[in-house]
Design a protein around this ligand. Structure first.
Ligand code: ADP
Length: 154
């Protein structure tokens, strides 16, 4: 079956920081599933369908990268798709503290899961979906922070 990883997140929207982590992880895994987590009680800034469509377009040429959506526990979704690895990006010490707790909790929920962290490239460390949304909300041009396949105006 090979090494299957999921890259979970809200991707609201997907940024060049996310893209960079996935591209660098492609040689490490047989399959990477970009897993968009959602909460049916709380809609995101961009509709789920749009986030999914954008990510599909970005990795159209990458045969080992696929996109899925899930609700609920990430550990449960891993079981469903037979993934043993959770890929996450680390930008700052604050990310580390947050990710440490989630990673350790996921390990307690399922001993088979390993969380793999990749350090962001320095030029991507200030980029977050939250700040990109703020730029958009205030009428700024956020195009430099997202992959070229994403047209934020549509
Ligand atoms: P979440 O809603 O779970 O925080 P995000 O969509 O914000 O999800 O991020 C998904 C993953 O991508 C997380 O591991 C996060 O640390 C990582 N990430 C976010 N922005 C960047 C970036 N600029 N560079 C590298 N990794 C990033």
């Amino acid at each position: 079956m090979g090494k299957i990883a999921i890259f979970p997140g809200s991707f609201d929207p997907f940024t060049i920081g996310h893209e960079s982590i996935i591209k660098r992880a492609i040689p490490l895994f047989d399959k990477i599933i970009v897993a968009i987590g959602y909460n049916s009680a709380k809609s995101g800034y961009f509709p789920l369908e749009k986030r999914e469509k954008w990510i599909r377009a970005i990795f159209e040429e990458e045969s080992t990268v696929s996109v899925a959506t899930y609700e609920g526990l990430t550990a449960e979704f891993c079981k469903k798709v037979n993934a043993k690895y959770i890929l996450r990006g680390l930008r700052t010490a604050a990310d580390f503290e947050y990710e440490r707790a989630i990673g350790q909790m996921n390990k307690m929920l399922d001993q088979n899961i390993e969380t793999i962290f990749m350090l962001t490239k320095p030029e991507h460390s200030p980029i977050s979906s939250t700040i990109v949304r703020e730029v958009i909300r205030h009428g700024g041009d956020a195009s430099q922070f997202v992959p070229k396949q994403i047209d934020l105006s549509k």
